[in-house]
Design a protein around this ligand. Sequence first.
Ligand SMILES: *[C@@H]1O[C@H](CO)[C@@H](O)[C@H](O)[C@H]1NC(C)=O
Ligand SMILES: *[C@@H]1O[C@H](CO)[C@@H](O)[C@H](O)[C@H]1NC(C)=O
Length: 351
Amino acid sequence: MAPRSQPRQRLLFNRLKYFATACIFAVITYRYVYRNPALQLGSKPRDAAGNSTLGFQKIVVLSAGPSWRTRGLEAAAKYSGIDLNIPVQPSITDELIDAFHNLGPNSVPHPRGRGEVRNWLSFLDIIKYIVAQDLETALILEDDVDWDVSIKNSMKLLSDAARKFTLTEKEDRSPYGHSWDLFWIGHCAEPTRNDTRRLIYDDPSAPDPEKWINPPWFPWSNDYMAGLAPGMRSVQRSHHTDCSFAIALSRHGAVKVLKFAGKGEDTQFDTRLKNGCKKKDLSCLAVTPELMHHYVPPAEFGLISSVAEANNRGSRAEEEEFEYVMGSTPNILRSARCKVLFDSTCPATGQ
Ligand SMILES: *[C@@H]1O[C@H](CO)[C@@H](O)[C@H](O)[C@H]1NC(C)=O
Ligand SMILES: *[C@@H]1O[C@H](CO)[C@@H](O)[C@H](O)[C@H]1NC(C)=O
């Protein structure tokens, strides 16, 4: 018996060996071909725009610490399947604030108040954090920001539009192309006219431009929604974009912004960026109407931004109540914060 069973055992052993090798090969192929987004057969750059960091390498949040703002933001992110990173903000000395306030010659504009300087320096800190990690792209969110429940779909549509508008090559698989330092995803004003070089595209979540809510300091801005209708957005070079609710930076963009905005010389950080984009010191894209906007507590509480707060114009005590009272988000049709916190869409006044 013994001499006959040995070859049979060897045959069985060989078969097992081939089977095991085939299994390992299949696993490796699966991991490298199907799970690697760069090699994914049939996947489109747009698919990455719908991932948990919305097609950027990381989403980082500018936040002075836990509050109703961050708690609402985290709830909305969880609801929308978005991964956020809220780094701890380093402290800023009063001496640095004073020094930054006075940077530059007298002939240039200076930050308005201490709140504006603090906000500006915090932005520079978070951009240094992005640069230190050598991120390909990062989306910076202010912690009171909000978006539509269909944000991932909107980002996919934006990916197609931005790639087309910037004539991105097929081989470049990045969701938004590479022709930008800064991409304004959330802002409060960017005029679009019929003679603007732009790409208009369909996005069912876009609000009625007639009802678009402009910031009180730019009463003119809703006169410049030409050629848009409900369910349409435009992607274009940024001409006059204000408010830094959500701005994406590319790797080289982050380095450029640190240099360009690192020396003050304007009334506030977003104004510095606006002017940099306008004069082409920075290469900027904007989507209009914006995809993200800040959520505001009900009007009876008054509008309290963290900048106003740092200028001693806000009140912390009242803020405790915001958590339980429904606010609203201008220009966002179906607010993710409201959906998750109050099971409502929170239409903003006028919408
Ligand atoms: C989302 O896509 C971007 C761009 O391809 C990528 O850098 C990022 O790592 C992706 N995020 C996740 C969580 O996979
Ligand atoms: C812009 O174009 C649209 C559609 O072609 C037209 O209805 C609208 O009147 C134009 N607006 C201006 C300000 O020219």
